[in-house]
Design a protein around this ligand. Structure first.
Ligand SMILES: Cc1cc2nc3c(=O)[nH]c(=O)nc-3n(C[C@H](O)[C@H](O)[C@H](O)COP(=O)(O)OP(=O)(O)OC[C@H]3O[C@@H](n4cnc5c(N)ncnc54)[C@H](O)[C@@H]3O)c2cc1C
Ligand code: FES
Length: 263
């Protein structure tokens, strides 16, 4: 059951221009959260902006009850959030969403993320590594100025590929090309992806062609985050037995079996 708490901001770090990492005291949420969950943040007591903003959980420090999230300043809400200072309380509801589904009997996973989509994948990689899985990670960025968390992902991956679209840092091109090529020689039992829609579409196709179970984390526009406003509907793929229908990313997702949804 999600909790609403006032979490103390204990560390604020600027990772890049317009990109912040917040560490908050949130024992009640940390105790029950799992990889792939997200939180909804109320930006202001005066309800302007009115809607909470959804942000993924980046890291769960279970020992100390610390929750970390990373956000990019985009519009009004995140601009105001970035102004919060250490010591302030932040109104948070979480954990929300289904989170990642644990698969049984897998040994080798591939994690692929692009841009801000890499944040929810860190806790997954960390927990998978702690469970003894081989974690193959592919993270892509537009250019070298946007590369973040390389060291952090290195620590939780057995194999890490970093790419930039323009080749200005690390490997040149899209992360999926390197995953595709590794699939020719490596055993991969499951794929997890989060990032821009074109990337997710390509990962879905690749996984389904290769018959590898795949989970996608969608970052649909959201209003309430609680299944009430209908702002985040996506269409299911349907089946011979079932007509396609609309489901809520905030309740049923944001993580889905790739075969379940049409994107
Ligand atoms: C499940 C989920 C997890 C997310 N995790 C992260 C994360 O870890 N880090 C990060 O930087 N961003 C993340 N986002 C995107 C983030 O929620 C938006 O960037 C943010 O809501 C923008 O708010 P704003 O007020 O600054 O921008 P505005 O554009 O002013 O926002 C206006 C409205 O649109 C909604 N909105 C705008 N862009 C998005 C978007 N991309 N996704 C969903 N709603 C949006 C806002 O919630 C708000 O209701 C996530 C989105 C979802 C749905
Ligand atoms: S965000 Fe309101 S129903 Fe999903």
């Amino acid at each position: 059951m999600p909790k609403q708490i006032f979490a103390k901001l204990i560390k604020k770090e600027k990772l890049l221009d317009n990109l912040y990492k917040f560490s908050v005291e949130a024992k009640e949420i940390v105790n029950i959260a799992k990889p792939g969950n997200f939180i909804e943040i109320r930006i202001n007591e005066n309800l302007d902006p009115f809607l909470r903003r959804p942000i993924s959980i980046y890291n769960l420090d279970k020992e100390n009850g610390i929750l970390e999230f990373i956000f990019q300043v985009k519009g009004k809400g995140t601009k105001l959030l970035a102004k919060k200072e250490e010591g302030e309380l932040i109104d948070i509801i979480g954990p929300l969403g289904s989170g990642i589904f644990k698969l049984e009997k897998i040994k080798n996973i591939a994690i692929i993320g692009g841009g801000i989509g890499i944040f929810p994948l860190y806790e997954l990689a960390k927990e998978a590594q702690a469970d003894g899985l081989n974690v193959n990670t592919y993270i892509g960025f537009r250019n070298k100025d946007l590369v973040v968390l390389e060291k952090e992902f290195q620590m939780v991956s057995s194999h890490l590929i970093v790419t930039t679209d323009d080749g200005s840092y690390a490997k040149n091109g899209f992360a999926i090309e390197y995953l595709k090529s590794d699939l020719e020689s490596k055993q991969i039992d499951a794929i997890y992806a989060c990032g821009p829609l074109p990337m997710l579409k390509a990962v879905k196709q690749l996984a389904e062609n290769k018959n590898i179970p795949c989970q996608l984390s969608l970052e649909e526009k959201m209003g309430c985050g609680l299944g009430v406003c209908l702002g985040c509907a996506v269409k299911t793929a349907g089946s011979p037995k079932e007509e396609p229908q609309y489901i809520h990313v905030c309740k049923a997702g944001p993580v889905f079996d790739s075969k379940l949804i049409e994107i």
